[in-house]
Design a protein around this ligand. Structure first.
Ligand code: SF4
Length: 222
């Protein structure tokens, strides 16, 4: 088991080295750091987001900053620590467009996601997670097709790559953009999805709708 883990780690490090050398897309030339991914090389859960943002690009790590802190709280609410999962993105370089005050984050282009897909596939094949959680519409579409509607089709299980069970939920950055009643509604949906993940890991059924009181579990300061 430990040997397996060490072999997976070595294989991921070798792939990360290739990602750092990759310039297949224009964003590969513009990035400050490639953001390969991090976490347990034998994780049962892999979280896949859209692409690195400004802070991730600066630090070379996925899901840092406010969205990362929220993701940590979401994981904590179902008893998972960040170092027990593996976190990465569909593209390993920060997609940007020019803005008046410097480069702005944007969604990855389909061509960038296609170029970067072999790296993601390699991560999945190495880690062989039991569960993949697609965070946000772009990540979900990359697995489930362009017609996938996160608002309608999240929170259900799909057949993922390499034998993994796949589920999609909202991206933490999307939650951070909501306010008031809309925020509470989205949190309730995300909580439902997180419980699905917990149940799949525990292999026990969960109620279809979570008790609303538990939504507070991943609130700031909790
Ligand atoms: S996004 Fe992926 S494929 Fe494109 S340059 Fe970066 S590492 Fe290479």
């Amino acid at each position: 088991m430990e040997l397996d883990r060490a072999a997976c780690q070595a294989s991921l490090e070798e792939a990360a080295h290739r990602v750092r050398a990759c310039r297949r897309c224009a964003i590969g030339e513009q990035r400050r750091n490639a953001v390969f991914g991090e976490g347990d090389p034998s994780a049962r859960v892999m979280l896949v987001g859209e692409g690195p943002g400004e802070t991730e690009d600066a630090l070379g790590r996925p899901f840092v900053g406010r969205a990362g802190a929220l993701l940590d709280r979401m994981l904590g609410a179902i008893g998972l620590a960040r170092d027990q999962v593996y976190i990465c993105n569909t593209v390993k370089c920060r997609p940007t467009s020019p803005g008046p005050r410097g480069p702005r984050n944007r969604a990855p282009e389909p061509s960038e996601m296609e170029n970067c897909r072999p790296f993601l596939d390699e991560q999945i094949a190495t880690i062989r997670p039991a569960v993949i959680v697609a965070l946000g519409a772009a990540a979900a579409k990359s697995f489930l097709g362009r017609d996938f509607l996160i608002s309608k089709q999240r929170g259900r299980w799909y057949e993922g790559p390499a034998g993994a069970a796949l589920i999609a939920t909202f991206h933490p950055a999307y939650l951070l953009r909501q306010t008031g009643g809309e925020l509470e509604a989205v949190k309730r949906l995300v909580w439902h999805d997180l419980l699905q993940v917990r149940a799949r890991l525990d292999e026990v059924p969960v109620p279809h709708h979570a008790p609303p009181t538990q939504v507070g579990l991943f609130e700031e300061g909790s």
